[in-house]
Design a binder for this molecule. Structure first.
Ligand code: FA5
Length: 501
């Protein structure tokens, strides 16, 4: 009883005595005093129904009224009445003559006069002798029916045959369907209703006003039953990929990093040459990289950089390295492409800020000419970062990555040695999932061949990590394509990490 709202109690009282019967129509309960709207009644009724105190019955009922033609016939008479009158005067009438007399309504008039008993014989319409009275009676019945409908009361009983006949005539009648809802108390409901004595006004929502004025002390607060069923509400929320990107951003910002980004369209110089990726490296093939037709080329901003990178590839410049030992091509370096990794962001940043200590990161989209599978997409996001600092070390690099993964929820990532043309030493971050290793990212210390051409003297710790693979593990997606499927049932389900500590 305590969990019932005042409105629910009022409804129970209003329904007293309805148990076991057909119930009361909802509309009749709306009196502007106890209940002000159908919604109010139905709201209370629905809750009472979930508690098995009220039964709600719904029945679709058809309401018949006059249609457009029906209203016209009521004023001007039925078309068959007009034809009947001329026939009656002459005893018969020729089809052609009748057509002329009645104009447009001739067809309908004839059809319904025949239905009432007239016959057509050799181009003449006749009322068979002795049946004239009967025919007229039928027409009158129809006319009466229309009149009755026009003034219909709830208790009017209609002739079913006539009704069916007129329903077949076009636009004579109009039918509307309405759902009639009736409420009745269940046995439980009757017992509860009998026990209600006074209805105290009570409050189901504590407002700031109630609290500030102190009125809450004298207010009766309605109790909640937290075990009751309530429909699940799906509020809007950020796409999981955006959520995880925001978390990644927050983590790096809180670790003192600054976010950077350069454009998606780059030339091979920044995407590869500056990173000491040789010009015959397989990753530069069209099978792996999306090159652009417009613009086909993009010059490098600074000739000194071009010269230094060229030397590095051809002979290692003055780093003591031998370089790659081939003739470097400016043409190849100026080719435009969609960046294949975000390391292009950090190398550009380094070229522009060669002397600074720095901690920068980016979370950005990259493109590769890849076949889609569970762990590969042609378009994906990378989390890139560098730490530039005199005494930076591999231990620091591992420390930063461990800290990042720990903060995002993965305390047990592992590292093993790896290879990238731009780092030495290089390592790979991975995790084990369903017995298989899943590569999460690459990292390392930029080689002198990468830093020297831009005059960077300090050590640079660098990494590039996959965002989607992280999202997949964190939110329990089956595969990377599922993240982008944007199916509502996938986006709505509660996220469950696949990866466990
Ligand atoms: C790189 O892209 C290097 N630039 C990373 C790096 C940066 C190394 C700085 C050293 C220093 P890799 O191609 O392995 O490396 O990609 C890095 C991560 O991106 C992968 O570990 C993976 O998590 C993600 N990734 C790579 N290819 C795909 C793909 N096709 N779909 C989704 N994620 C991918």
């Amino acid at each position: 009883m305590e969990e019932l709202s005042a409105l629910e109690k009022k409804l129970l009282i209003a329904l007293r005595g309805t148990e076991g019967g057909p119930g009361i129509e909802v509309e009749t309960l709306v009196d502007g005093k106890t209940f002000s709207s159908i919604q109010e009644v139905m709201n209370a009724a629905s809750w009472l129904k979930t508690r098995d105190l009220v039964e709600i019955s719904e029945k679709a009922v058809r309401f018949v009224g006059l249609g457009a033609e029906g209203k016209r016939y009521l004023e001007e008479g039925l078309p068959e009445r007009q034809l009947f009158e001329v026939c009656k005067r002459e005893g018969k009438i020729g089809m052609a003559e009748a057509k002329e007399l009645l104009g447009e309504s001739f067809g309908i008039a004839l059809m319904h006069l025949k239905n009432a008993g007239a016959v057509v014989d050799g181009g003449t319409i006749k009322l068979p002798a002795g049946e004239v009275g009967e025919i007229e009676a039928k027409i009158r019945e129809r006319e009466e029916f229309l009149k009755v409908l026009a003034e219909m009361k709830e208790e009017t009983i209609l002739d079913r045959n006539l009704l069916n006949y007129l329903l077949k005539r076009k636009n004579v009648l109009a039918v509307k369907e309405k759902v009639v809802r009736k409420l009745a108390l269940t046995e439980n409901g009757a017992a509860v209703a009998a026990g209600i004595s006074a209805i105290e006004e009570e409050v189901s929502q504590l407002t700031p006003e109630l609290i500030q004025t102190g009125k809450w002390r004298d207010t009766k607060l309605r109790k909640y039953d937290v075990t009751r069923y309530a429909p699940r509400v799906y509020g809007g929320r950020e796409h999981p990929l955006n959520q995880i990107a925001s978390q990644v951003r927050k983590i790096f910002l809180s670790m003192g990093f600054t976010e950077i980004d350069y454009g998606i369209v780059q030339n091979a110089f920044w995407n590869m040459d500056a990173l000491f990726v040789p010009q015959d490296h397989p990753a530069r093939d069209m099978q792996d990289t999306f090159y652009l037709a417009f613009p086909e080329k993009m010059a490098v901003e600074n000739e000194e950089w071009v010269e230094a990178v060229k030397q590095m590839h051809e002979n290692g410049g003055d780093t003591g390295s031998e370089g790659w030992g081939y003739r470097w091509s400016r043409d190849e370096a100026e080719k435009t492409l969609l960046r294949t990794h975000t390391t292009v962001n950090t190398i550009r940043f380094l070229a522009e800020h060669p002397d600074e200590d720095a901690k920068v990161f980016s979370i950005a989209r990259v493109f590769r000419n890849e076949n889609v599978d569970a762990t590969h997409l042609p378009e994906f996001m990378q989390i890139e970062g560098i730490v530039v600092e005199e005494g930076a070390s591999l231990a620091m690099l591992i420390g930063v990555l461990r800290e990042f993964y720990k903060r995002i929820g993965f305390p047990n990532v592992r590292f093993h040695p790896s290879y990238f043309p731009f780092t030495e030493p290089s390592l790979e971050v991975y995790t084990v999932l369903d017995g298989k290793t899943l590569e999460l990212g690459g990292a390392g210390i930029f080689r002198p061949e990468v830093t020297a051409p831009f005059g960077v003297k300090k050590r640079v710790l660098a990494w590039g990590l996959g965002l989607e693979r992280l999202a997949m593990l964190k939110y329990g997606f089956e595969s990377l394509p599922e993240i982008y499927s944007n199916r509502l049932e996938v986006l709505r389900r509660p996220y469950a990490a696949k990866f466990w500590r």
